[in-house]
Design a protein around this ligand. Structure first.
Ligand code: NDP
Ligand code: ZN
Length: 182
């Protein structure tokens, strides 16, 4: 921090740097609807968290960066060098283990949910809210109604391991599920 900067400047700087970094790394990617720029998703997570009153800069920055290790060539080491260990640890916590089979990853994601740090749980909750909203509004191009339903059921199981973390976010998740079930 320089003599003239404030903690608020530092927080803003961290979040803007994370936003810019994520935008550069995801720049050639779209979501699975085939149209939406990928970066809309991390921004939606940060907005969902902020709207729910989550203002911790490291959590908002990690939300912006949460899919980089899974979906780009970015490594844990890159994030540690660029954003420090607090942010990198959060991203690592919400990253699926790549070398495992898909079913094993899914099992591990559920098992890890209840043991995760508070920050990781908040990011996970926001991720599931945003993915359910995406499936409703701009679903993966080839998903059948049954495939969507399987995702909703699986997301609800993951979120059951996150309950008690943040009532506002949990209510937002339940509200999307109500739309799905209507
Ligand atoms: P996928 O990884 O195949 O797809 C879901 C993920 O895609 C989301 O978690 C999200 O991840 C990303 N995504 C990208 N674009 C969109 C979009 N427009 N809308 C929503 N999500 C998007 O599914 P999972 O492996 O996570 O499977 C979840 C469950 O679904 C499984 O446990 C299983 O029960 C079932 N399944 C069914 C299959 C079938 O063919 N019937 C096949 C595979 C799973 P991110 O936030 O990382 O971008
Ligand atoms: Zn995500």
């Amino acid at each position: 921090m320089t003599a003239s900067s404030t903690p608020r400047d530092c927080a803003t700087d961290l979040i803007i740097r994370a936003m810019h970094y994520a935008a550069m790394r995801h720049r050639d990617q779209t979501r699975k609807d085939g149209k939406t720029p990928y970066i809309n998703h991390p921004i939606a997570l940060a907005a969902t968290l902020s709207n729910a009153g989550v203002r911790e800069p490291s959590i908002l920055a990690a939300a912006m960066l949460h899919d980089l290790i899974e979906d780009t060539a970015t490594t844990d080491t890159d994030l540690r060098a660029e954003f420090g260990s607090e942010v990198a640890d959060l991203v690592l916590e919400v990253t699926d283990t790549k070398f495992l089979s898909k079913p094993a990853r899914k099992r591990l994601q559920r098992a890890k949910a209840s043991r995760a740090s508070e920050g990781a749980k908040l990011i996970k909750l926001a991720d599931k809210i945003c993915n359910l909203r995406d499936i409703l509004a701009r679903p993966p191009a080839d998903w059948t109604p049954q495939r969507k339903q399987e995702y909703f059921d699986w997301a609800a199981k993951v979120v059951s391991g996150l309950r008690g973390t943040h009532p506002v976010l949990e209510r937002k998740f339940d509200a999307v599920v109500r739309v799905v079930s209507a």
